[in-house]
Ligand binder design. Structure first.
Ligand code: URA
Length: 433
């Protein structure tokens, strides 16, 4: 077997065998296949596509390229979620404690933010002392203790994806549904959970720009998940405005804490409840999703969800007094309010622009090495469908970078578009079982 024959085969749209795909992944990770050869193959895959079987074999080989964290020493049904990335998306922080509060185990490996999208790990690190680098033993111990733990992905998990993703990024071959699915699912499958719900974001602030491509990606990931015997469902959600009202690390933690107390923005609560209801039903906790939704909403009000969040923070070394009193979170020194220059109903808030503005305030990274200002970000005071009078508060920004303030204020002004009529905003666009 050799790489040139494999490239030749894909160039002519022929189907690759399991052994060829296994060879490719193994030899690439060992450094025996050059980047220029893998680049040629990726471009052939981009144009000629992979079949579902080929995608399955690719995903399997990618999982096998690294460590698999078994959870058989953890009692209970283990559940997981994945978001394809958005702006203000702190669903994991709300969903995890909710799942633990109903007796499911939320075992989660999360990522850091890059570009205009935030990452759960950065948000959690806003809590002083919070440790995202647990050993496998500590991870399992915490799951048995409190049903919830959120950790960073270690270097040993799916090394093939790290190499392939960087190469795809540099060769304009990211946007192929088979390559995206194998990349996302391999990382999910490396942690042996029982059920998974994928939140595929669509819209300006998301990776997928239209419902059609989001549906194709969701269908493929759900089919693949099932082929691996993982109960898998997907929802497609709207990312044409940021989720919730907070964008930025400490700001999103505070918003998640409010939501866990039943006092958060309704859109964030809704997505957490919908995903949670699917996981509860898949995990055998209820007979249907409606019953699950009622239980979850109740746990946001009766203190059970926030208690689970506090347990997780404590077990992972974080300072719980910040959860009891969110005024302790230190926001950046410069605070500026932005007021409406027009009146009307908010028709659009450019989520991509808001995500980029938040990054430029210091809340996000341009490259992996950048350090974050955890207290920087944006609080939106108005969302799509809200009525605004001229001079009313639209948003507040927090930063330590004096020189970006004026420019960002005007960019946020422009991100808001008004109309004379109230526009409905559909949050959950599709559910894929
Ligand atoms: N997220 C991933 O993890 N992989 C992709 O290929 C795209 C988005």
């Amino acid at each position: 077997m050799n790489i040139i024959d494999i490239i030749e085969k894909k160039k002519h749209s022929k189907e690759l065998s399991e052994s060829e795909i296994k060879y490719l992944v193994e030899e690439y990770v060992k450094g025996n296949i050059h980047d220029y050869q893998m680049s040629a193959l990726l471009m052939a895959i981009y144009f000629n596509k992979l079949s579902i079987d080929e995608t399955y074999f690719l995903t399997k080989s990618m999982v096998e390229s690294g460590e698999i964290i078994k959870l058989d020493k953890v009692s209970g049904i283990k559940v997981d979620k994945h978001s394809t990335g958005g702006v203000g998306d702190s669903v994991t922080l709300v969903l995890g404690p909710l799942m633990a509060s109903v007796g499911l185990v939320f075992a989660k490996m999360s990522g850091r933010g890059l570009g205009h999208t935030g990452g759960t790990l950065d948000k959690l690190e806003s809590i002083p002392g919070f440790n995202i680098s647990l050993t496998d033993e500590e991870f399992i111990h915490n799951l048995n203790e409190s049903n919830i733990a959120v950790i960073g992905q270690t270097a040993d998990i799916v090394p093939a994806d790290k190499l392939l993703y960087a190469l795809r990024d540099a060769t304009a071959t990211v946007d192929n549904v088979s390559l995206i699915s194998s990349s996302i699912l391999s990382k999910k499958l490396a942690l042996a959970n029982d059920a998974l719900v994928l939140d595929v974001k669509v819209g300006k602030g998301a990776f997928m720009k239209d419902v059609e491509s989001a549906t194709e990606l969701s269908n493929l990931m759900v089919s693949l998940g099932k082929k691996f015997n993982r109960k898998t469902k997907a929802i497609i959600t709207n990312m044409n405005e940021p989720l919730g009202k907070a964008i930025g690390n400490s700001l999103e933690i505070i918003e998640a804490i409010d939501t866990l107390r039943g006092e958060g923005p309704k859109d964030l609560e809704e997505i957490a409840v919908v995903i949670g209801s699917k996981l509860m039903h898949m995990g055998g906790k209820t007979n249907n999703e409606e019953e699950a939704k009622n239980i979850l909403r109740e746990n946001l009000k009766n203190g059970k969800a926030i208690e689970k969040f506090k347990e997780m923070v404590k077990l992972q070394g974080g300072d719980v007094s910040y959860i009891d009193n969110t005024d302790k979170f230190k926001l950046s020194n410069i605070k500026r309010e932005i007021f409406a220059k027009d009146s009307g109903y908010v028709k659009e808030i450019d989520a991509l622009e808001i995500g980029i503005a938040s990054r430029d305030l210091g809340a996000g990274r341009l490259s992996k090495e950048d350090t974050l200002d955890l207290g920087a970000g944006i609080l939106l005071n108005k969302k799509i469908g809200d009525h605004v009078d001229e001079g009313e508060l639209l948003a507040t920004i927090y930063t330590n970078k004096k020189d970006v303030v004026e420019d960002i204020c005007s960019r946020i002004q422009k991100a808001y578009v008004f109309d004379d009529h109230k526009k409905d905003y559909k949050l959950i666009l599709k559910e894929i079982d």
